[in-house]
Design a binder for this molecule. Structure first.
Ligand code: AVI
Length: 311
């Protein structure tokens, strides 16, 4: 039997000698995606509401930054809920084309259904950069691109990878194109921690579902009750770290990865990093990738920024 990339990533991450790790992209199976949707409406997790408020407010101003109607492209669109305001505003100047890029066919189907009213929707089932490359290969000459990367997803990339990603995005763009980048900002440690350790336990369930997914898909025998969710803030790195702590010494078999993993009591698996920024960090990151900060909007209730970076 051919081993899946998931099986290999799980074995590699759980075999690390110092700190065990699992890649956070595996949170999002059907259960994990539903739990993430629930996180976005938690009172303690203000990030998504701040993102939506800002988009709603800035959408009518976006056309000022383009000479002609831009084609809208969204990286990791999900259901495209917030994008509706942007498409609706641009549509008042003429027809809009919208290419949502996502790995989830279910999310793309929702986008196509809900946003067809405001734009000509061409869903692209692909990873971010592969999808973007497909868009730029087929772009119409003379039409600028407005690329959206919302929700602070860039905060789940390690800093070097985030910088490298922006450089690759820049490499796909032409003068006159823009990237609208959403980033969660540093705020009080107590509020940041609560956003990732809510008292209803939704984020804990989201984190633990990663082990449940490994059980389901890789024939593993994690006992979920023997792990607890933990959120920490690293001041030095400006990031929330999510971990799963083994409450007992135990061995776990991951049969589809042909692997047995040993845990000591209190040992953790590091499952996610959520970097928090300062407004100026985002502009500097853009500048290092060859993108100029044309505007930045910051929410008044929850420190979150939308930054318009232009080529
Ligand atoms: C998707 N991403 C921006 C979320 C975040 O806040 O970093 C993922 C998340 N993890 C726990 N809660 C939300």
């Amino acid at each position: 039997m051919v081993e899946s990339i998931f099986a290999r990533d799980v074995r590699d991450g759980l075999s690390l000698p110092e700190q065990k790790e699992l890649p956070c992209q595996y949170f999002y199976d059907d259960v994990g995606s539903a739990l993430f949707e629930a996180i976005t409406v938690l009172p303690e997790y203000g990030l998504t509401r701040a993102d939506a408020r800002l988009i709603q407010g800035l959408a009518p101003r976006l056309s000022e930054f383009f000479e002609t109607q831009p084609a809208v492209v969204e990286l990791g669109s999900g259901s495209g809920h917030k994008t509706r305001w942007i498409l609706e505003s641009l549509a008042s100047d003429g027809p809009v084309s919208y290419s949502p890029i996502d790995v989830s066919p279910a999310a793309l189907a929702l986008c196509a259904r809900d946003l067809a009213e405001f734009a000509n929707v061409s869903p692209i089932e692909a990873s971010y950069l592969e999808g973007l490359r497909r868009v730029v290969c087929g772009r119409q000459s003379g039409q600028p691109l407005l690329l959206l990367f919302l929700g602070s997803t860039i905060g789940n990339f390690p800093p070097n990878a985030a910088q490298d990603f922006l450089c690759q995005v820049r490499g796909c763009l032409l003068p006159g194109d823009a990237l609208l980048l959403g980033t969660d900002l540093v705020q009080s440690v107590a509020r940041m921690l609560l956003a990732y350790d809510d008292p209803t336990g939704v984020t804990a369930a989201f984190n633990l579902n990663l082990l449940a997914r490994i059980n389901r898909e890789l024939d593993a025998d994690f006992v979920l009750r023997q792990f607890t969710h933990e959120a920490r803030y690293s001041e030095e790195n400006s990031r929330i770290e999510m971990h799963l702590r083994s409450t007992v010494a135990q061995r776990v078999a991951v049969r589809a990865a042909n692997f047995v993993c040993e845990f000591q009591r209190d040992e953790t698996i590091w499952t996610e990093s959520c970097y928090k920024f300062r407004g100026e960090d985002v502009c500097e990151m853009g500048a290092r990738s060859g993108l100029e900060c044309a505007a930045q909007w910051v929410d008044q209730e929850w420190p979150f920024a939308e930054t318009l970076l232009m080529v």
